[in-house]
Design a protein around this ligand. Sequence first.
Ligand code: SAH
Length: 275
Amino acid sequence: MRFDVITLFPEVFEAFLVSGVTRRAYESGQVTVKLWNPRDYAQGNYRRVDDRPFGGGPGMLLMPGPVVACAEHVVSATPAASADEGDKGLDRSARGSAVILLTPGGRRLTQEVVEELSRRERIVLVCGRYEGFDARVGVALGAEELSIGDFVLSGGEVAAMVVVDAVCRLVPGVLGDEESARQDSFSNPGRLVEGPQYTRPREFRGMGVPGVLLSGDHGKIAKWRQEQAIAATRRREAGSSDRPGEPFPNQSPVPTRKAPEPTARAIETTPRSVP
Ligand code: SAH
């Protein structure tokens, strides 16, 4: 699998690419990440990439020329990762290159979208900056737009790293244990979030561990985990930030919960003063 990232700030990716799972993906030869700077495709002495929006308004927009020239060069002049291995019998349009503009208003990234992307052989990620892209960039490139959430970042680089990270861990051979990706939140058939997990010590600050996890009964453990995942998913869907099921009565005593923070209450209950 190959990622090409088009960015005015390639240096932002340096530490990310040499650490953790992305490093392992890279070193295993399963994933290639190449960085490209649209400034190298800009005209004139100043290699300008941005300009003021027509119709007025704050800030600067990315001009279409440099970004489009850069992306077209990337797609046409460089081979996809598996080009020399021939078609693996899958539809090339489904497997082939995806050009993706990172935008706050794009399709929302979910694990389902991540899975879909992990089946492509090459993904070109185009990072915006300033007030974003001239609208003709997406049309010229036949690009999809992708958002990592309903908030605004100051550049597409962090969003691109989110996509690379999430997709990389699904590429076979990248995670040490394939099973771990299947058990993660949103990755199981019901797209449930993961319930609580515990490791040593058995007792921490007076808190125990659910007895079932120490029982050695794999059937019971699987059932408990499924119930916990369903409960955690329901809590989340209800917008609750409560922690999962404590206390565990069959274990060591659990300290009683602290009263809610007074300040939080105060903010919630104090009527707003209207001038
Ligand atoms: N004026 C734009 C925001 C520009 S933010 C608007 O209101 O929609 C600058 C750049 O950061 C964007 O071009 C995009 O590449 C990136 N960006 C910001 N928020 C993002 C998000 N939630 N998901 C993906 N990319 C985002």
